[in-house]
Design a protein. Structure first.
Length: 329
């Protein structure tokens, strides 16, 4: 019997190419963020994060800052500092999204983010989208990647189109939106009692990959819905894009995870359980080969506290390091 000895290398500098960003919803009603446990999930495949984390790809200009303040407890004569105390706990993080999408636009905007529902014939114009075409009720058998519809209803959609899937607004107040709380409704009058309002703000959107015909007709989706399997109360409407606004009083809140993969196999994670935007919508241009410019979404956030159940400490960020298998610790 023989064994192979492994001689680890000394710890090496962490050298990473880029930062990757993942985001997950926060349960605003119960103040429950999405927690990332690096001891259980630290080695996930970068292209396939554990649910419910959503991969938003590579980000740039990543900058994190501790804004916590420390003070000294002074006693005696002459006065001398005997202890240090943490007076405040605060942190910020900023970066640029390289790709535009529903989620990256919403995160960069901070306030309500809306879907542009395909307008109904003759609908009056409006800055955040006009009244939409009538929604279509889902049939039995829908899944997170397939929307079962009557054949006559499915004919109203096309492969490559976008859809929003959610319940009717029926006078609800408070947080609304399936999968992600997308807005907070103060009163039915504030949203004109519009039955399409929740679908207008919903994050439960997807691209239609193809149409299914035959015994089971419906829409095959190119990606799973963020809210999972649709309920029988949901309806689907076609949308043509997304819109955000400079203004509004609603603050979105997300859990965030940032990953730096080192060239030696190590991993560095920055986990912010609760982030809220500290700036309105902004973008910046990077010159390419003239006259081309790459337009990136700028985002900045303040980290809000959670309680670490291991010791009851109030924290705003968890930084973790998973060493390479071939280095000393």
């Amino acid at each position: 019997m023989s064994t192979t000895a492994v001689t680890p290398l000394r710890a090496l500098p962490a050298i990473g190419r880029r930062v990757r960003g993942y985001f997950a919803p926060v349960d605003r009603v119960h103040q429950q963020p999405t927690i990332f446990d690096p001891s259980a999930n630290g080695q996930f495949a970068a292209d396939a994060p554990p649910a419910p984390w959503v991969d938003l790809g590579w980000i740039e200009n990543f900058a994190r800052k501790s804004a916590s303040k420390f003070g000294g407890m002074v006693t005696g004569s002459p006065a001398t500092t005997q202890f240090q105390v943490r007076e405040t706990v605060d942190a910020t993080v900023s970066f640029r999204f390289k790709a535009w999408s529903k989620l990256s636009m919403a995160l960069a905007a901070g306030s309500e983010h809306m879907n542009l529902i395909v307008p109904a014939t003759g609908a009056a114009g409006n800055g955040s989208g006009s009244k939409g075409v009538a929604p279509v009720k889902l049939a039995a058998g829908s899944t997170a990647t397939f929307l079962s519809l009557a054949a006559s209803d499915a004919d109203g959609f096309a492969a490559g189109s976008l859809v929003t899937v959610d319940v009717d607004y029926a006078g609800q107040t408070g947080y609304v939106g399936s999968g992600v709380f997308a807005a907070c409704v103060q009163s039915a009058a504030a949203v004109n009692s519009d039955p399409d309002y929740i679908r207008r703000v919903s994050f439960n959107v997807a691209r239609v990959a193809s149409l299914a015909t035959g015994a089971t007709s419906g829409l095959v989706l190119a990606q799973p819905l963020i809210a999972g399997v649709p309920s029988s109360a949901m309806c689907v409407q076609p949308i043509c894009g997304f819109i955000d606004r400079e203004g509004g009083s609603f603050f979105q809140e997300w859990s965030a995870l940032f990953l730096i993969e080192g060239q030696q196999g190590e991993r560095i994670f920055f986990h912010y359980p609760r982030l809220q935007s500290t700036a309105g919508s902004a973008e910046s241009a990077t010159a390419m080969t003239a006259p081309l410019e790459r337009i990136a979404l700028s985002a900045s956030f303040r980290a809000l506290p959670v309680t670490d159940t291991n010791d009851g400490a109030a924290v705003v960020c968890f930084r973790s390091f998973l060493p390479s298998e071939s280095t000393l610790v």
